[in-house]
Every structure is written in structure tokens, then in C-alpha cells.
Write a protein that binds this ligand. Structure first.
Ligand code: NAD
Length: 457
């Protein structure tokens, strides 16, 4: 197994020079990344197309454009975020000044997955740089072209004592995790998240775990069905369903189920057309193993309502809808991570709230309803990472909303200022006055306790 001790030591030494903490240095690095992305936009698109058959539209909106927006937002606000923040002085601290000083952790490790292999590697890196850290990036081995391109962009433009990239699979991750770093930011599956936390615990390294799970989508009887159908078709099948916040399964009220399903198939055809076509721009399934797992779901769960066709050679699977699903079906055991939408009907929304609450807390949840009482009931009764009312996936795109899971769907959140905060330790500082010295804080003061009790009650 490779030893990354020397690399981490190099980064630690560079971090201790203090350069990465200088605001101008951070801004320059972020700006360099922005320019690199713009300059190599075409190559990034080609890599994403080779690895996942991503269309240029999806590559730009969900990977390149998203990251450029994050950089723009960070550059606009970094000065404010990085400076010490004054806070109120409590009565016990009378005479002092109090403030919070964000400071970088040092050397941070970022491990990313394959489904948005560019965005999910670079977005955390932006936060790490903005906060003033050194970083080591470990992209996914399942998208080798993107990983190779990321490696060449980083290696040719940054000294490795500042930003390093290490390509490889489980063994590489394991070797990196053997070493002590100061923060670990992991995006991936729940199962591997548990491994990461265990490894981090050995060094007491803090972690952010951006994980997955089964994210429910509810269409209530009072929903705007046309918009619901289109927005669900978009959010579910974008990236061929290989999106951590894709609606995993659907609950549709029985009163509107038939009408909704018709609208859903119309939307699928309208948005995606013939996805097995020679020139198809539909994202492919990342590997043969993943592809066969999905095909087995279609064979073993519910009734095929729409789609189901596939091209095993190209790993293409068309947008598929399954009905007559129960919680006992194999497809309901784990996160699907593919273009298959299992649909269940319901009559009582309270019953499905219970069903969702009996399972691990989801990363996302979507509720389609025109009635605020229904929306609020769902939002207030179920704990989940984040989500939308009358839309899917879109909450991910706002730099003003924290993005992350809760319970088994993850620990911590990022995006926008959240990305800066994740990679910063908040140091609380009290700057005490030397103009006077409050006597009653000392046990030797006469009636000190009486005074203290007037302040601390
Ligand atoms: P994964 O957990 O298999 O792999 C993620 C990363 O961890 C890869 O870089 C991989 O090389 C590494 N890894 C794999 N096994 C490891 C091990 N035993 N020890 C150390 N490192 C290991 O995940 P994936 O298949 O690449 O991605 C899909 C999963 O990621 C889904 O569950 C999805 O929901 C989740 N995801 C979450 C988010 C989010 O933001 N919350 C985003 C995208 C994907």
C-alpha cells in the first residue's frame, strides 16, 4: 500500500508558512480555478461524456456552471467571511470585546464519488481553499477520464504542497485515511461513510459526510399535477437517476394516481425522447455491475408501467416507471441510484408520514401540494436533509441553502458560506480590558457571591 505520510508532511510544512491563510493567496487560487475551468470547459465536457455519456447541457448546468457559480459567490463574499466577527459581550465579560475568528484546519482530505465527478470534487475544494487550507483530493476511480483530467489540471497548476490530487480506488482511500489529516470531507455511500468515520475516529479527525439514501417524493391530491409530473420527470431522470437527491420513490394520492402517471409519461417523452437512439445524450449507467443491479430491480419489483428497455452494451437504461410497489419489493431496500421510479399509492398522508419516519432519515424529500397546511404537516413531521415544496432537486442549486443530510443521510452541510464554514474552525476570542479588574469574580471579594448571583441567574 502506498504511503502518503510524506505528502501530508509536505502540506503541513507549507501550511505552517501561513501563505494559505493570506486572503490574496486564497483569492488568487480560486480565480485560477475559475479560469482553468473556463479554459478547459470543452475537455471537461468530453471527459464527462466519455465517462457517463453526459450531454453538454447537463454537464454545464449540473457540473461546470454550478461550480463557476460557487466560485463567483465565494469570491464576492470571501473577505467578509474570512474576517473576525464581532459578537455581543455578556454581562460577565463586562469591559471586554468578543469575537469569532475563523481559522483553517490545516490539511484537509476530500474524497469524492463518480456521479457528478467534476462538481463533487471541485465544490468542496472551493470551500477548503476559501477557508485557507491545504487540500488533498481523491476523485472516484469509476470515472477515470474525469479523474485524469482533474489530476492534470491540478498538477499542472498548483504545487502539491498546497493542492494535491491522488487517483485510485479503495486502496488509495484507505492509505490516505491511515494518515492523520485535519479534516475529512467525504461524499459517497452510507456504507463507505461508516468506514470513513471509523478511520477518522482513530485520529479524532472531524468529518463531513455527504451521503445518500432513499429520498421520498409525495404527490398529494391537491397538487398541480402538470408541473409535478414535469419537475419529477426532470429531477428523477437527470443524470439517469444517479443523483444523490433524486426522488428515489414516489407516493401518489390514489385520487390522482392515474391522471398523474399519464402526465408523468408524457413529461418523460417530452424531456428525454428516445433515449436508446444512436445519438442518445442520455447519461449511461456508470458500470456493468451497477447496470445489472438495476435490470434485476425491474425484473423483480412491481409492475412495469413505462420504459424498461435497455442497451447492455452501452449501459443505457431508459426512464422507467414501476407501479404496484410495496415496501417488500427488492427495489425498496436500498437507494436505487438509477432511472427507475417505483410508485406507491396512498389514501392517508398521516400513514405515509409514519412509513417514512420508520426508515432512515432521507437526504431529500419533496412534497407537491397546493395547500400550505399539507405542506407544513409534511415538513414539520419528517426529519430530512433538505428538499423542496412543489419541485425536486433544485434546493441543491442555491448557495444560500445549506446542503447536507441528517441521521444516516449524512453529517454536516455545505454550499455557499456553508462551504467556507465547513472547512473553518470558529475560534472564540475574548479580548479582556486592562482598564479595570472586576473584583467580584474572585472568591476573595467580600459579598462576591451576592454580586455574582445578581448577574448569573
Ligand atoms: P462510494 O461510497 O462507493 O465511493 C465514494 C468514494 O469513496 C470514492 O472515491 C471511492 O473510491 C471511495 N471508497 C469506496 N470504498 C471505500 C472504502 N472502503 N474505504 C475508503 N474509501 C472508499 O460512493 P459512489 O458509488 O461513488 O457514489 C454513490 C453514492 O454517493 C450514493 O449513495 C449517493 O447517494 C452518494 N452521493 C451523495 C452525495 C451528497 O452530496 N450527499 C452526492 C453524490 C453522491
Amino acid at each position: 500500500m502506498e504511503n502518503y505520510g510524506a505528502l501530508i508532511k509536505k502540506q503541513r510544512e507549507f501550511f505552517s508558512t501561513g501563505q494559505t491563510k493570506e486572503l490574496a493567496f486564497r483569492i488568487e487560487a480560486l480565480d485560477k480555478i475559475r479560469k482553468l475551468i473556463k479554459k478547459h470547459e470543452k475537455e471537461i465536457m468530453i471527459a464527462l461524456h466519455t465517462d457517463l455519456n453526459k450531454s453538454e447541457f447537463e454537464s454545464y448546468t449540473t457540473e461546470i456552471g454550478f461550480v463557476l457559480e460557487e466560485i463567483r459567490f465565494t469570491l464576492k463574499n470571501i473577505e467578509n467571511w474570512a474576517k473576525p466577527r464581532k459578537v455581543k459581550t455578556s454581562l460577565t465579560g463586562f469591559g471586554s470585546k468578543n469575537y469569532i475568528m475563523p481559522e483553517p484546519y490545516g490539511v484537509v482530505l476530500i474524497i469524492s464519488p463518480w456521479n457528478y465527478p467534476f462538481q463533487l470534487a471541485i465544490a468542496p475544494l472551493i470551500g477548503a481553499i476559501a477557508a485557507g487550507n491545504c487540500a488533498i483530493l481523491k476523485p472516484s476511480e469509476l470515472t477515470p477520464k474525469t479523474s485524469e483530467l482533474l489530476a492534470s489540471l491540478i498538477r499542472n497548476n498548483f504545487q502539491e504542497e498546497y493542492i494535491a490530487i491522488v487517483e485510485g480506488g479503495v486502496e488509495t482511500s484507505t492509505a490516505l485515511l491511515n494518515e492523520k489529516t485535519d479534516y475529512i470531507f467525504f461524499t459517497g455511500s452510507v456504507a463507505v461513510g461508516k468506514v470513513i468515520m471509523q478511520e477518522a475516529a482513530k485520529h479524532l479527525t472531524p468529518v463531513t459526510l455527504e451521503l445518500g439514501g432513499k429520498s421520498p417524493c409525495i404527490v398529494h391530491k391537491d397538487a398541480n399535477l402538470r408541473y409535478a409530473a414535469k419537475r419529477i420527470a426532470w429531477g428523477k431522470y437527470i443524470n439517469a437517476g444517479q443523483t444523490c437527491v433524486a426522488p428515489d420513490y414516489l407516493y401518489v394520492h390514489e385520487d390522482v394516481k392515474d391522471e398523474f402517471l399519464k402526465l408523468l409519461t408524457q413529461s418523460i417523452d417530452e424531456l428525454y425522447g428516445n433515449t436508446l437512439h444512436e445519438e442518445s445524450q442520455f447519461t449511461k449507467i456508470v458500470s456493468e455491475r451497477h447496470f445489472h443491479r438495476l435490470i434485476t430491480f425491474i425484473r423483480n419489483s412491481g409492475t412495469l408501467y413505462h420504459g424498461g428497455e435497455s442497451d447492455a452494451e452501452k449501459h443505457l437504461l431508459v426512464p422507467t416507471v414501476l407501479t404496484d410497489i410495496t415496501w417488500g419489493d427488492p427495489i425498496m431496500e436500498d437507494e436505487i441510484f438509477g432511472p427507475i421510479l417505483p410508485v406507491m399509492g396512498y389514501k392517508d398522508i398521516l400513514q405515509i408520514i409514519d412509513e417514512i419516519n420508520n426508515r432512515p432519515k432521507p437526504l431529500a424529500l419533496y412534497i407537491f401540494s397546493e395547500v400550505e397546511r399539507v405542506q407544513n404537516k409534511v415538513l414539520e413531521s419528517i426529519s430530512f436533509g433538505g428538499g423542496c415544496v412543489n419541485d425536486t432537486v433544485y434546493h441543491f442549486t442555491s448557495p444560500h441553502l445549506p446542503f447536507g443530510g441528517v441521521g444516516e443521510s449524512g453529517i454536516g452541510a455545505y454550499h455557499g458560506k456553508g462551504s467556507f464554514d465547513v472547512f473553518s474552525h470558529e475560534k472564540g476570542i475574548m479580548k479582556q480590558t486592562t482598564r479595570f479588574d472586576l473584583p467580584f469574580r474572585y472568591p476573595t471579594t467580600k459579598h462576591g457571591l451576592k454580586w455574582i448571583k445578581m448577574i448569573m441567574k
